[in-house]
Structures are given as structure tokens and as C-alpha cells.
Design a protein around this ligand. Sequence first.
Ligand code: NAD
Length: 271
Amino acid sequence: MIENLTGKVAVLTGGGSGIGRAMAERFGSAGAKVVIGDIEPAALDEATAALSAAGADVHGVPLDVTDPASLDRLRNEALERFGAVHLVCANAGVAPIGMIADTSLSDWRWVVDVNLLGVVLTTTAFLRNLTGQGAGHLVLTASLAGLTTAPGLGPYCATKHAVVAIANTLRAELTGTGVGISVLCPSLVRTRIFESERNRPEALGGAAVETGPARTFFQQTLSATGISPAEVAERVYEAVTTGRFWVFPHPDEVLAAAEAHIADIRATIGG
Ligand SMILES: NC(=O)c1ccc[n+]([C@@H]2O[C@H](COP(=O)([O-])OP(=O)(O)OC[C@H]3O[C@@H](n4cnc5c(N)ncnc54)[C@H](O)[C@@H]3O)[C@@H](O)[C@H]2O)c1
């Protein structure tokens, strides 16, 4: 938990757009110094300029969360610029759409590298600094897809379940260290998540997108029902400043998913 973010240093991956940018804006408005890393240069520049114009002390760093050296640079630049790091948000993620039968091995590797190993690398790049100073907070961006599944999002759901497992494990491992942790599990949020292929490396297939009915369904549902990134950022801000582990911006959907899961188990076991 970080009760008061004034003067604290927040580092965010995937801070150039969507939820990451909104969290950076929320922490900046609370007086935090902000370091945002992102793979997309134009989004990174635009977010850095907007945060600065809004009065935040901000530093932008080109970042690829699949590369340990890139994360070392992010940490080193944050420490050089601001002297310490207090809040780390492992947020960068990608969500290509397609049925498992049609998903290439290179897409599995891309999603696992960004969504799972990217979170692992971000966490480990900063964890010793946080535990060494005996204070700080980690936020791992998972998803409602970390608690349930959806046809067309197989690799995404698999990696988000893994992020929830990592967060739960760290919750126990960090007990008594002074370092807190939250796991963010939103349902749909109005961002460019379903245009993730814009950031797929050429070696793994480049920007080509699957154009089947699942994509249309997810994009239409996101436009129709998605909440704003700012609403999500507010829930994260509350969790960080009060020390809450679970961050559920869509509580009704989470409860429905959990109850359906238990009902399924009960129907199998009986009782
Ligand atoms: N939008 C939703 O409906 C939703 C729901 C649940 C969870 N999430 C999660 O929220 C997080 C943020 O996504 P978003 O919705 O804001 O989408 P977004 O596409 O707007 O933002 C994702 C950001 O991550 C960056 N990124 C992608 N690959 C990267 C890499 N290798 N290294 C560094 N940065 C990289 C992108 O450039 C982008 O700025 C993701 O982890 C996503 O899975 C999103």
C-alpha cells in the first residue's frame, strides 16, 4: 500500500495508451512522478507530452517487455531520473483473436512472451529494489479472462490465468516485506486492445489480423459495453492507496463468472 502518492515514483509498462496511460494520468494527478515504458513510439511520445502538459513530472522510455535488457534500462532510467521507484505496474498486454485450432505457434509465443513472461520480467526487474527499501507496491494487469474463459481468446485467457496465479503467489511471498500487490481484473475497457497486432514483431507475423466473426463480436461488444480507462485507473488508485489485492472494475461480471464456476464444480461433484 502507498497511502499518499505525492512525490512517489510510479513506473508503468504499456503506459503509452489505454489503461496504462490512464493509470499514469491518475497517479500523476495525485502528485506521483511517472515513468512510462511502451513499444509504440508515437503513443509513448504523445502520452509523455500529454502528461507533462497536465503538470506531471514524467519520463518516457522505449520498452519491449519481452526483453530483459530493455526492462533493466527502464529500471535504471527511472532510478537515474527520480532516485527511487515505489509503484510498479506490469500492464503491457496483447490480445489477438482467433480459435485455438487456428492459432499459430508464433502467436502463442508472442502472447506468452508479452502477457506472461513480460509480467514476470517486469516484476523481477523491480522486486529487489522494492523489497530492499521495505516499501512499495506492485500492480499486475490480468483480466476477467484470468478468472474465466472465452472462445476466440485462448492464448489470452491462458496467460491471464497465469498472471492471476503469479499475483496470488506473490501475495503470500511478499507478506511481511512492506511491499503490497494488487491484481487488476477488468472485463471490457474501451482501448485498442483488439488492435494489438499493430505491435506484433515482423518475425512473429507482423501486423496481419484475423478477420473472422470472433473479432467482429469482440470489437462490437467492446465498443458497446466497454467502460472508460479512466474508470479503471480510479479503481487501481483506490487499491494502491488502501492496500486492496483484487481490483474488480466489473464486480457483477466477476461474481457471475465465479458462481458459474462453482455451480459447474458442484454439478460434477454433487452437493
Ligand atoms: N481493454 C480491455 O478490455 C482489457 C480488459 C482486461 C484486461 N486488459 C489488459 O489491460 C492491459 C492494457 O491493455 P489496454 O486495454 O490498455 O490495450 P492497449 O492496446 O490500449 O494498450 C496496451 C499497451 O501495451 C503496449 N505494448 C504491447 N506490447 C508491448 C511490448 N512488447 N512491450 C511494451 N509495451 C507493449 C502497447 O503499445 C499499448 O500501449 C493489457 O494487459 C490487457 O490485457 C484490457
